[in-house]
Design a protein around this ligand. Structure first.
Ligand code: RIB
Ligand code: CA
Length: 310
């Protein structure tokens, strides 16, 4: 049976790659996309989510708009330098035809999980605001969501927002702390593994030979992402595999080596957004998170290529 997932996302160029990997794969059933601010303003990520949903040629994928702002802190450090002002590499894409659901992202997540108890995996590719809001209103979700796979955080590697924080967690640390203290079964696909897997330009050119609306869209938006990594990381056409790695976990969890530990999120000061792994149980007990520490990068890139080209 296909894996039922909801993708909570702030598209975002790497979000777009991850979503394209899933939408036409028969082993995955995308029950919906929920949008959140992050890589750009919430209104723009929401419209990008609609555009991505419309690439599906198998089913109609509903899109629910989510939060435009973090729970408590002001909006800051959007990802426009990386993803362009529009979140899609300033590629001037046409207006999407579809409409948003009347439900908010948090309501959609709750409704879908209530209708499919124990069956829905939530893949989060942006700040955790929508999930935190859903948990605040419907705390029983922590027993009803099958698994939450989070692209975010970092435990033993430098951060990409601050020296100790990853962008998705840093943009709404209070939401992340609510999620990590909720008792949900969580897998953390953080920078510890996403920066170990690198998409090269030659792999991309292989992908770009495929003829599909999804690949046509990726061809338009990825050059801006390559440009950013060339300029700021001297990666010369290559880039890190953030959101696509989390999607690859959904397809093939065995590509990752994980270790369980409680995770605490700093919410104030210089270390705000840090995901602290309590390896030796020094802090209060909470449900352990499966933290990805090692990755079969070749395997992740194979999943990426196969899902985008077949
Ligand atoms: O730190 C990488 C993450 O931040 C990715 O999800 C990217 O899309 C941005 O949201
Ligand atoms: Ca993202």
């Amino acid at each position: 049976m296909a894996t039922k997932i909801i993708i909570d996302t702030d598209p975002g160029i790497d979000d777009a790659i991850a979503i394209c990997m899933a939408i036409n794969s028969p082993s995955i059933s995308v029950l919906g996309l929920t949008s959140v601010f992050g890589n750009t303003y919430g209104e723009l990520t929401a419209y990008n989510a609609l555009r991505l949903a419309e690439l599906s040629d198998r089913t109609v994928i509903p899109v629910a708009r989510g939060s435009d702002v973090p729970l408590f802190i002001p909006i800051q450090n959007l990802g426009t330098l990386v993803h362009g002002d529009d979140g899609m590499g300033n590629s001037n894409l046409p207006t999407p035809k579809g409409e948003f659901l009347s439900l908010s992202a948090a309501e959609f997540i709750a409704k879908t999980v209530h209708e499919n108890p124990g069956e829905v995996t939530l893949l989060t590719l942006g700040p955790l605001t929508n999930l935190a809001l859903a948990l605040r209103i419907y705390p029983e979700l922590s027993n009803q969501i099958k698994k939450v796979v989070i692209m975010g955080g970092v435990v033993a590697h430098p951060g990409n927002m601050t020296p100790v924080s990853e962008a998705n967690i840093a943009r709404d640390p209070h939401a992340a702390e609510i999620v990590f203290s909720s008792g949900l079964p969580i897998v953390l696909v953080g920078l510890d593994v996403t920066e170990k897997t690198i998409i090269t330009n030659s792999l991309l050119q292989e992908v770009f030979k495929a003829k599909s609306p999804a690949v046509e869209l990726l061809k338009k938006i990825i050059p801006a992402y390559q440009h950013f990594f060339a300029q700021y990381y001297s990666m010369n056409g290559s880039f890190f595999t953030h959101d696509p790695s989390a999607m690859a976990y959904i397809f093939r969890p065995n590509l990752f080596k994980t270790r369980k530990t409680s995770i605490f999120v700093e919410t104030e000061g210089r270390c705000s957004g840090q995901t602290v792994a309590d390896w030796n149980n020094k802090l209060e007990k909470r449900t352990a998170v499966e933290v990805c520490l090692k990755v079969n990068s070749r395997g992740v890139l194979d999943v990426l290529k196969n899902t985008l080209t077949t």
